[in-house]
Design a protein around this ligand. Structure first.
Ligand SMILES: [Zn+2]
Length: 359
């Protein structure tokens, strides 16, 4: 189809281009940073929110990034400066710098906004847009990170707590426990010597099988056919002792069902998984993706410091034994397509939709 407005970039579908055009017409700030529009008649490219007059649709092509537009011969617009870091990103970066050195027990949002020369609502919106977190949540994450760095650097725990502003040590322990709990790879192959109880519940996504040891959840499978789910579990752990165990798992199952509905977790589910060091890192990273948001495989690879490990990341997602709890459904392809899901694409789609509407 050689229509004038056909996008040259292969990975932007007509559907996506239509969405981009709607955002462009609305000068939607939230779209800044997700794509740029390039104007063929002027050879200039802009942010979606550019205040300049809207070009004709047939003169517009979209690119994911400014670099791409420049490679195709476009120059950045002098009004909206699409080649500079967007306002919200810069603001959150400056806020994060301040927060990571703050040792105050409670963060005053008003004070933070004042020191950055922004209003509280701008700051809150920028945080939600860029990180998906509230300022307080980011402050805590940064503090926990600094706390760990101090410990690794040889500080004793009391000094590290004092320096990072944790009022009592119990709070930091609460937080470290919410990390993915995994037993070292001491399991024999096939789950020999393992005692697994499972139960199957009904959910909005069909049947959900939850299997666990007494240490934590080992498997969360989705499907329509109970006997098929059970045989998948037996294939995964051929040497384990597997029995139906409905009552003892009730609390954990309820927690899984809550997450299927897109609701925030009530507590961190303990997990008992067999994993390689790399799988473990990927799964931990997936647990950091906020509810209702998505990341691409390459973004996950980059945040692990292994930008080239995109395929290995995709494999680790595909072999995730505890769907929902390790939210591999939040990882999508670069072009926004959902890519694969062991339990079916329509389930992935449904999960993301309910998370978005419950957020
Ligand atoms: Zn512009």
């Amino acid at each position: 189809m050689a229509h004038a407005s056909t996008n040259p970039t292969q990975d932007i579908t007509p559907h996506t281009a239509a969405r981009y055009w709607a955002a462009t017409r609305a000068r939607d700030r939230r779209a800044d940073g997700t794509f740029v529009l390039a104007v063929r008649s002027t050879h200039i490219y802009c942010r979606p929110s550019c205040p300049a007059r809207r070009p004709l649709r047939r003169n517009v092509v979209f690119y994911r990034t400014g670099e791409e537009a420049e490679q195709n011969g476009y120059r950045p617009c002098l009004r909206c400066r699409p080649d500079e870091i967007s306002g919200p990103v810069a603001l959150v970066q400056r806020a994060a710098d301040r927060l990571s050195f703050s040792s105050e027990e409670r963060l005053g949002l008003g004070e933070l906004a004042r020191t950055l020369g922004a209003t509280q609502s701008t700051l809150r919106r920028a945080f939600r847009q860029v990180t998906g977190l509230k300022p307080r949540e980011l402050a805590e994450a940064l503090r926990l990170k600094r706390f760990k760095a101090l410990l690794r650097g040889g500080k004793n725990i009391t000094d590290a707590l004092y320096e990072t502003g944790y009022g009592s040590s119990s709070r930091v322990y609460e937080r470290s426990n919410s990390q993915l709990g995994m037993t070292p790879a001491t399991y024999r192959k096939g789950g020999q010597g393992m005692q697994l109880g499972y139960t199957i519940a009904k959910s909005a996504l069909g049947k959900v099988l939850v299997a666990a040891t007494d240490r934590g959840v080992t498997a969360v499978y989705l499907g329509d056919d109970e006997s098929k789910l059970i045989s998948e579990l037996r294939e995964e752990y051929p040497r384990a002792e597997i029995t139906a165990a409905s009552n003892s798992l009730e609390r954990w199952v309820r927690e899984v069902l809550l997450r299927i509905e897109g609701q925030p977790p009530h507590f961190e589910l303990p997990l008992d998984l067999q994993a390689t060091a790399f799988q473990r890192r990927v799964w931990q990273e997936l647990q950091r993706i906020p509810r209702g948001r998505t990341r691409t495989y390459s973004q996950v690879a980059r945040s692990l410091g292994k930008p080239k490990a995109v395929r290995a990341v995709a494999r680790a997602c595909a072999t995730n034994p505890v769907s929902i709890v390790v939210p591999c459904h939040r990882v999508i392809r670069q072009d926004g397509a959902l890519a694969g899901y062991r339990w079916g694409l329509s389930r992935k789609e449904q999960l993301l939709a309910s998370e978005r509407s419950a957020t």
